[in-house]
Design a protein around this ligand. Structure first.
Ligand SMILES: [Fe+2]
Length: 188
C-alpha cells in the first residue's frame, strides 16, 4: 500500500485535477484484515465516505481477497456508476435502512453488479461514494480479506480513527430546525 507504483495508480483513479485544477496527493488512511466467519451477517448497502464523514471526494477503498471468495461468501456487489450520485447519507446506526431501500432507482436505473468471485490476490477498488453491500456468508468457509484505503492529503476532520464518523451524526429535529417547505406531492 505504500509503494510508489500503488500510490501513483491510486492517485490517477481519483483524478482530482478535474475538480480543482491542482494535483493533490493521497494519504494512507487505514488498513485492516477482515474476517467474516461462516454465517456472518451481510453488509447494508452504503457509501464508505458517507459512513466515515470525510469532508470531500477522493477516498478510495481497495479490497483484496486473501482466500477464494465465492458469491455465497458475502461477496460484495456494487451499484454501477453510483459514485456520480455524490453523498447519499450515512446508514449505519440508523433506522432508515440501507441505500437500496431509500433510493429504489439505484437498482432500477443504475443496476447492481453481479457478485464478484475472487481468487486469492484478486482485488477490487471502489470510490468512496460507490454504493456497495453484500449478503451474509452462507457457506462453511471464512471470508478473509485485506482492506486498505487512501484519502486526499488535505482531508479534514477525520483521521480514520477519531470518533467523528458520519454514521454517528444525528438528524436535525423539527423543534430546533423546522422544515420550511414541504414538497407539493400533487405537482411532483
Ligand atoms: Fe464499505
Amino acid at each position: 500500500m505504500f509503494s510508489q507504483r500503488m500510490a501513483k495508480n491510486a492517485t490517477r483513479l481519483v483524478d482530482r485535477k478535474r475538480l480543482k485544477g491542482v494535483d493533490i496527493p493521497l494519504r494512507y488512511r487505514i488498513d485492516m484484515l477482515l474476517l467474516k466467519p461462516p454465517g456472518a451477517a451481510g453488509a447494508t448497502y452504503h457509501q464508505d465516505a458517507s459512513e466515515h464523514g470525510s469532508d470531500r471526494v477522493g477516498e478510495l477503498q481497495f479490497w483484496l481477497a486473501l482466500a477464494e471468495v465465492t458469491a455465497e461468501m458475502s461477496a460484495m456487489r456494487f451499484v454501477n456508476h453510483s459514485h456520480r450520485e455524490g453523498p447519499l447519507g450515512s446508514v449505519f446506526n440508523d433506522d432508515k435502512g440501507d441505500l437500496l431501500e431509500q433510493f429504489p432507482m439505484l437498482t432500477s436505473e443504475l443496476g447492481l453488479s453481479a457478485p464478484f468471485h475472487y481468487q486469492p490476490g484478486d482485488c477490487t477498488v471502489h470510490h468512496g461514494y460507490t454504493v456497495h453491500g453484500g449478503p451474509e456468508n452462507t457457506t462453511d468457509k471464512a471470508r478473509w480479506s485485506y482492506l486498505f484505503s487512501y484519502s486526499p492529503v488535505d482531508t479534514r476532520y477525520w483521521n480514520g480513527s477519531t470518533r467523528n464518523w458520519g454514521s454517528e451524526r444525528k438528524r436535525l429535529g423539527d423543534r430546533d430546525n423546522p422544515i420550511v417547505h414541504l414538497q407539493d406531492t400533487e405537482k411532483a
